[in-house]
Design a protein around this ligand. Structure first.
Ligand code: URA
Length: 234
């Protein structure tokens, strides 16, 4: 593929803008300077840099973000900052979208992708994709409330009760809860249905993937092929 098209496909701007960057000696490919926008390269395993920042060619951009509190999963946030501030411009330009949404005050694992099919599959409530939350509650948990969460609680505006597939009490006000739907404010509404209130909500796992232990709050990284494969097979 031509170098200017490679950069364009990776979110670095229009073909014209990419051509100008290349001609201004801002681009290296596989460690070598290249000022020819029409030079042809294989995209397999291609490494390049733009203005001294290193990148690797990715046919699709799929990444994991450690979402902080105080960020909305929207490009046009209403009351907080946007998670899109936390990722580089080329990824924003590529149109990555969160796979499902977390509330502004929820922290933890959030996947983003520009692969529409993958996003659709993983955010569909029909596929029973497990999401594991660590939930801090205002009032002490009771065996009865946990039993209710597992049996199914009736949420306002939902035709049928919604149940957790797992609920493990960690201490008097902390619970690890696994749900498979992705309903609006689901965990908060489920706890409210048991007469409790969610004070803190942190997603530890999504679709079998754990929040990487070394991923600092507010940071992101690419998914590795080994992490991507099971998600693509869900
Ligand atoms: N359930 C909620 O109530 N909020 C979230 O952010 C995620 C799940």
């Amino acid at each position: 593929m031509q170098l200017e098209r490679i950069l364009q496909s990776q979110g670095f701007g229009s073909r014209k803008e990419c051509r100008a960057m290349i001609r201004h000696h801002l681009v290296t490919v596989n460690g070598e300077a290249c000022a020819n926008p029409f030079a042809e390269f294989s995209t397999t395993g291609l490494h390049f840099s733009v203005a001294d920042e290193a990148w690797q060619f990715q046919a699709h951009a799929t990444l994991v973000l450690h979402k902080p509190a105080g960020y909305e999963c929207s490009r046009q946030p209403q009351h907080h900052r946007s998670i899109f501030e936390l990722i580089p411009t080329p990824l924003r330009n590529r149109g990555v979208q969160p796979i499902g949404r977390l509330d502004a005050d929820t922290t933890g694992i959030l996947l983003l992708t520009d692969n529409g099919q993958l996003n659709h599959r993983l955010s569909s409530g029909k596929r029973n994709i497990p999401k594991v939350y660590r939930v801090g509650t205002r009032h002490p948990l009771t065996p009865e409330s946990i039993a209710n969460l597992l049996a199914g609680v009736q949420l306002h505006d939902e035709p049928a009760p919604v149940r957790a597939v797992a609920a493990e009490q960690i201490d008097s006000t902390t619970l690890r809860l696994t749900v498979t739907e992705g309903k609006y404010h689901q965990v908060k509404r489920m706890l409210a249905a048991t007469g409790n209130r969610v004070e803190t909500l942190h997603r530890e796992q999504f679709a079998g993937m754990l929040l990487p232990a070394n991923l600092a709050v507010g940071s992101w990284r690419w998914l590795s092929p080994d992490e991507l494969k099971p998600l693509e097979q869900q």
